[in-house]
Design a protein around this ligand. Structure first.
Ligand code: HEM
Length: 226
């Protein structure tokens, strides 16, 4: 089997299925009464954590690609990003439907007066344009460069997610610290790479790339995903 077919028929379906396991587990646990004594809080915690994990996994694709040279990893990025949005939506729905029971007045006060909710809300809102523009058609319509610029909003979402988490924990800060470290390393890698690229005058290489920047090439490769 060629690498392309292997990715398309084996690896992508496997990743798609694996990413559904947390939500399947939560549904099973909710239906069988296996969530903790405070099931709503547990759902909020789990969906929040999975949102942040998928944001981190999405951010890990580019560094891994650069370190390993396995460029096909780009083919998993869109799916990971959409799963981040999926779990973010479940997280928001848990808050709106189960926690607040559609009390929009209270939620408005939360969003405007409780800093950790404000930051979490901003992080989620910034994911909406990313999800909307994730289709191949939108990538083509926006053009690779603009699409890549827009999709850097994921960096803001990642930082917002960590700050949101940090501000909401009351005692043990080890877990938000670990996520802060992960996001710091993933964003720091990009800064180092940019610095290294400009120092070694590698970026952008018009002749090799046919006058196109590597950023555009990335987005075009995304656009060709199935
Ligand atoms: C739509 C906006 C959001 C709202 C209204 C919201 C609200 C909440 C609430 C009420 C909690 C539980 C707080 C507690 O137990 O005291 C929570 C936890 C959490 N949220 Fe959010 N959130 C939002 C967006 C996000 C985003 C975008 C991320 C990640 C990128 C995120 C990650 C987390 C994490 C990691 C937790 C903590 C999980 C734990 O305690 O183990 N949230 N959020």
């Amino acid at each position: 089997m060629t690498t392309t077919r292997w990715i398309r028929w084996v690896l992508k379906p496997a990743l798609f299925t694996a990413a559904l396991v947390p939500v399947a587990y939560l549904i099973w646990a909710a239906l069988t009464g296996n969530l903790t004594a405070n099931p709503i809080q547990e759902l909020e915690h789990e969906t929040g954590l999975w949102t942040l994990r998928f944001v981190c996994l999405t951010l890990a694709v580019t560094p891994l690609r650069r370190v390993t040279g396995w460029n096909s990893l780009i083919r998993f990025r869109r799916m990971l990003g959409l799963y981040a949005f999926f779990y973010g939506t479940l997280h928001l729905l848990t808050y709106v439907v189960l926690d607040q029971f559609f009390a929009f007045q209270t939620m408005l006060v939360d969003v405007t007066k409780r800093p950790y909710i404000t930051v979490g809300f901003a992080g989620f809102v910034l994911m909406i344009p990313l999800a909307i523009t994730s289709t191949a058609g939108m990538i083509r319509r926006l053009g690779g460069r603009r699409w890549n610029l827009l999709h850097r909003l994921i960096y803001v979402t990642a930082v917002a997610g960590v700050v949101h988490y940090w501000w909401l924990v009351k005692a043990d800060e080890r877990s938000p610290e670990r996520y802060a470290l992960a996001v710091g390393v993933l964003l720091g890698f990009r800064l180092l790479y940019l610095a290294w690229k400009s120092r070694s005058r590698l970026a952008p290489a018009p002749a090799a790339a046919g006058g196109r920047t590597p950023f555009r090439l990335d987005a075009e490769r995304d656009a060709s995903l199935d």
